[in-house]
Each structure stands twice: as structure tokens, then as C-alpha cells.
Design a binder for this molecule. Structure first.
Ligand SMILES: Cc1cc2nc3c(=O)[nH]c(=O)nc-3n(C[C@H](O)[C@H](O)[C@H](O)COP(=O)(O)OP(=O)(O)OC[C@H]3O[C@@H](n4cnc5c(N)ncnc54)[C@H](O)[C@@H]3O)c2cc1C
Length: 494
């Protein structure tokens, strides 16, 4: 069999590792298409500024079964690895990934093609096979293709993409933000994970004469992470429970059963989820100060609980009924997201000190941004401001049609009706948990797989390495017909 993996970031590398784990290397030829020089690290962890930090503790980031694998690598390879915020540069993680995956990529049956894939053809054989185009149509024809392409384009909410001094995508930071000067008036739109990278870079690289403006509609950065004093708590979900639920409920897990399990865990820990949510739902600087001072243990426990839950989110979400998925997104998604404490406590303290010193200013109520006759940006918000440079950190645009205008492979896949979007026009449609592409023209494309952020509305919480790792395993197990647990009695089993 000829197998192609398009994209050698974390998703593609995990697919490759699972092909090894399932003994699929010796009898097959594997082709990896990746234009980047480095294999394994991908876009988020590529080598550049050390101001880019991981937003997840190191012990959650290992690629092998040993949770301490990455920590051990750090101890062996770096004299110090945490900065004053207590976090590790993403560069180091990128180096760890390259080291970890090197033996896999160096295997003689692995063919590395250092090119971007621009087009694909479905060959109407039985079963279907695939041809791939780079700067030319490649040989051989592929029996299976894994699309692990990373992330869609960044959002452009204010239609500013082509305007001078508008920085649409701030990465690599050292290239995109290096030309700024201390006299420039600079604002950033957004207050998410990317915004923290930009904040760190700007505040540490420039002694700005003016405050650094952080413009948001209503929310600010994730709540600070609060240390949980106890090391153990009740956490009932595990793979056996998931399997039993599937067996008892015909391949669909009722959301009520999951909620009940979680509620019982919280009850036995004496934690009132809804009361805690009411306390943190309006994220503000005052709340930041309160949390850092009080270190409330009920909130810390919920945060830690959902950290542990991360590896189950994607699997479980895909196994809910459609009504339960809608109900979950409507009633629970935002609430649970509010407990994603991605701001390290020292970062939160630094942020507050910077704001107190007048060096940064968060302005909420952002409604509109216009470019004036002098080419400056005028932001209409709770306080109107005018700046010279505007940095976009508003997250990804999942709309497939808009992405198709800028991404050649997505355009060709979309125009040929090989891929299609979900009902809202976002995210590529796939089956779950097989992750095979669902095409309007061809139906289910057996042996064409997609995981990661391009299938975000089905691969729920794809923006976390734990989810990518779990899902890659399930997808390859299903590919090998081993029938991973999620398929044993699922609706797609044969
Ligand atoms: C800025 C940022 C920071 C993050 N930080 C964290 C973190 O701290 N912790 C965490 O758990 N998660 C983090 N994430 C989430 C992240 O999505 C995952 O951790 C993971 O890196 C995603 O891996 P991937 O392989 O899907 O994507 P990528 O790592 O982006 O890899 C995709 C690869 O596909 C290649 N590619 C794309 N199109 C083609 C084509 N047509 N032909 C050939 N190759 C192609 C690209 O060159 C790239 O190398 C972060 C995400 C971003 C964007």
C-alpha cells in the first residue's frame, strides 16, 4: 500500500507514529509531504522567538506513554527551561518533537517529499485511490491519504487584511513584529492565547512611549491558573466507562450520562459548578486580582478536573447525538471554556502590574476599526483610540469558502467537491470517529482522512495536543481495521 500524510506537524507525526505502532510500516511505503525544513514541530512550535511559551504544563505534553517524557527531555537538554512566568518556550517543545519523531521519519520506508501539496484527484477505482499534485502530479497513486494540514487562516473581522501597518498574522514574531519602534502607537485586537505571545514579545522588546492597547469586544485573557492544593480528586471517566456507555446505548452516548457522572464527581468533592461559574463568568481585572489573592480551591479543582478531561473531549463530543451536541454547544461549551485557565499566575500578575503602571491598557466594547486619511487605525470602543500599528490576534476563520480563496489545496479540494463544509459553512465534514472525508460528490471517501483544526466542529477541541494525540490513535486503529473501542458498536461499524 502507498500511504500519504500531508503535513508533518503534530497531527501528521502522530499519524505516522500510530502507523508504526500498528505495524504498518514494513509492508507499506509512506510518503510525507511537508514544505517546512523541520519535521514534527509544525507551525505553533517552529523555531523563533523564545517569548512564545507553551500554554499547557510540561507534564501534559509528552508524546510517549510516559507523562514525564517531555520533562525528562528538558532536564537532559536545557539547563533552565522555565522563564519568570514559570512556562517553557514553545521552541523547546518544537526541538523535543523533532528529536522524538526523528527515528520515525528516518526509517527507510518513509519517503519525505519537501513540497506543498496543491491539488488532488480521486481515482474512481474500487476502492478509490488518490493522486496528489505538488509542482507536478506525483507518483505513485495513493491507497490512503491523511490530511493533517494544521490551521485555517486568521480571522479578518474588520476587513483590514491589505491595509498598511496591519499585521494580519503575527507569526513568526521575530519577523512580523521586529520593525516596530518604541515611539509607535500599537494596539492588538483580541485577548486569547496568541495575544499573550504578542504581549510578551512587545512588552519585553520595546520600552514603549505609549501604552500598549489591548482591544476586545467583552472578554479578557483566560482566568489565571490557580494551584490546586491537593494532588488527588475523584475523576470517574475512563475508557472502560466510555465503552460500556457505547455498548449500552447503541453507539451514541447520552449527554445526560456524562453530565451525571461529572456532577457526582463534583458533589463528592464538595464543589458547586454553577456557583463557581457565576463567579468567573464576567472575566475582569478585578476577578484576576481576587483569584490570585484568594486562590479559591473549588475553582482550582474544576480547572484541574477539565484539564484531565481534555483527552476525552474530542472522543465524547463526536459520540453524542446531534441534539445533544447542539444542547452541549448551547448550554455548556462556553461555561466549560470559562474554566480554561490558560494564563499562568505569574503572567497574570505581570499583566496586572503592567496595566497598573500604565504601560498597557485593556479597552473593551470594540465595535469598529476604520483607517483615517493619515493611514492610522481608529478604534471605536468604550474608549476611542488612534494607533499607527494594529496586530491581529483574533483567532482562526473556520469558513471554508473564504479559506478557499487563499489556500490552493483547500480551493481545489472544495471546487472539485472532494471536501465540503458543515451546515454553517465552517470546518470540513468528516465521519466520526473514523475521520473519513464526507464528500457531496463521492459520498464517504474511505481512506481519505482529516484531523485537526480544519475539522474543528467535529474534532472538538482540536487545538490541544492531548486531543490530537488521542484522535490520531483512534483514527489509525480504525484504519487498520482493528476496530478501536469507539467503533465496536458505533453506528459506523460493519
Ligand atoms: C500559535 C499556536 C500556539 C499553540 N500552543 C499550544 C500549546 O501550547 N499547547 C497545546 O496543547 N496546543 C497548542 N496549540 C494547538 C495546536 O493546534 C496543536 O498543539 C498542534 O500543534 C496542531 O498540530 P497540527 O499538526 O494539526 O498543525 P501544524 O503543527 O500547524 O502542522 C501542519 C503542517 O502541515 C503543513 N501543511 C499545510 N498545508 C500543507 C500542504 N498543502 N502540503 C504540505 N504540507 C502542508 C504545514 O507546513 C505544517 O507543518 C497552539 C496552536 C497555535 C496556532
Amino acid at each position: 500500500m502507498n500511504i500519504a500524510i500531508i503535513g508533518a506537524g503534530l497531527s501528521g507525526s502522530n499519524i505516522l507514529k500510530n502507523l508504526f505502532d500498528n505495524n504498518l510500516i514494513e509492508q507499506n511505503q509512506i510518503y510525507i509531504f511537508e514544505p517546512r525544513e523541520k519535521l514534527g514541530s509544525g507551525f505553533p512550535y517552529e523555531f523563533e522567538s523564545e517569548y512564545k511559551l507553551l500554554n499547557v504544563p510540561e507534564h501534559f505534553m509528552s508524546m510517549d506513554d510516559d507523562d514525564m517524557g517531555f520533562v525528562k527531555w528538558l532536564e537532559a537538554n536545557k539547563t533552565t527551561y522555565q522563564n519568570f512566568e514559570g512556562m517553557t518556550p514553545r521552541n523547546y517543545y518544537g526541538q523535543y518533537l523533532e528529536d522524538f519523531y526523528r527515528p520515525y521519519y528516518n526509517h527507510p520506508n518513509i519517503n519525505i517529499v519537501k513540497k506543498e501539496v496543491t491539488d488532488m484527484e480521486v481515482v474512481e477505482s474500487f476502492p478509490k485511490t488518490y493522486r496528489l499534485k505538488t509542482d507536478q502530479w506525483e507518483e505513485p497513486i495513493f491507497d490512503a491519504v491523511f490530511l493533517t494540514l494544521g490551521h485555517p487562516d486568521y480571522s479578518d473581522h474588520y476587513d483590514l487584511r491589505d491595509k498598511k501597518n496591519y499585521i494580519h498574522n503575527p507569526y513568526p514574531l521575530e519577523k512580523m513584529l521586529a520593525h516596530l519602534t518604541k515611539d509607535d502607537k500599537i494596539a492588538m485586537i483580541g485577548a486569547g492565547a496568541t495575544s499573550l505571545d504578542v504581549f510578551r514579545y512587545i512588552l519585553q522588546s520595546y520600552e514603549l512611549e505609549n501604552p500598549f492597547y489591548i482591544l476586545t469586544r467583552d472578554s479578557i485573557f483566560n482566568i489565571p491558573h490557580i494551584e490546586l492544593d491537593k494532588s488527588e480528586f475523584r475523576f470517574s471517566i475512563n475508557d472502560e466507562w466510555v465503552q460500556t456507555q457505547l455498548d449500552e446505548n447503541g453507539g451514541i452516548i447520552p449527554l445526560d450520562n456524562i453530565l451525571h457522572l461529572v456532577a457526582e464527581d463534583f458533589k463528592s468533592e464538595g464543589v458547586a459548578f454553577h456557583k463557581c461559574y457565576e463567579r468567573i463568568k464576567n472575566n475582569s481585572l478585578e476577578l484576576y486580582r481576587e483569584l490570585l489573592e484568594e486562590k479559591p480551591q473549588d475553582i482550582a479543582l474544576i480547572v484541574e478536573y477539565f484539564e484531565h478531561f481534555t483527552k476525552y473531549f474530542s472522543k465524547l463530543y463526536g459520540l453524542l447525538s446531534k441534539s445533544d451536541q447542539n444542547f452541549y454547544m448551547d448550554k455548556y461549551h462556553d461555561k466549560i471554556d470559562a474554566f480554561r485557565a490558560l494564563t499562568p499566575p505569574n503572567t497574570a500578575t505581570w499583566l496586572l502590574d503592567t496595566i497598573d503602571a500604565g504601560k498597557a491598557l485593556i479597552i473593551k466594547g470594540l465595535e469598529e476599526i476604520k483607517v483615517n486619511d493619515s493611514g492610522q487605525f481608529e478604534a471605536i470602543a468604550d474608549e476611542n483610540i488612534t494607533v499607527d500599528y494594529l496586530i491581529n490576534t483574533t483567532g482562526f476563520d473556520f469558513n471554508i469558502e473564504r479559506n478557499a480563496k487563499r489556500n490552493t489545496l483547500i480551493k481545489n479540494l472544495y471546487d472539485k467537491k472532494i471536501i465540503d463544509s458543515d451546515e454553517e459553512g465552517n470546518s470540513v465534514n468528516i465521519t466520526w470517529p473514523k475521520a473519513t472525508v464526507l464528500s457531496k460528490r463521492y459520498g464517504e471517501l474511505e481512506n481519505l482522512y482529516m484531523i485537526g483544526m480544519w475539522v474543528f466542529s467535529i474534532h472538538y477541541r482540536a487545538n490541544d495536543i492531548r486531543s490530537v494525540k488521542e484522535v490520531a490513535k483512534v483514527v489509525v486503529e480504525n484504519f487498520t481495521q482493528k476496530r478501536s473501542y469507539t467503533l465496536r458498536t458505533g453506528p459506523q461499524s460493519t
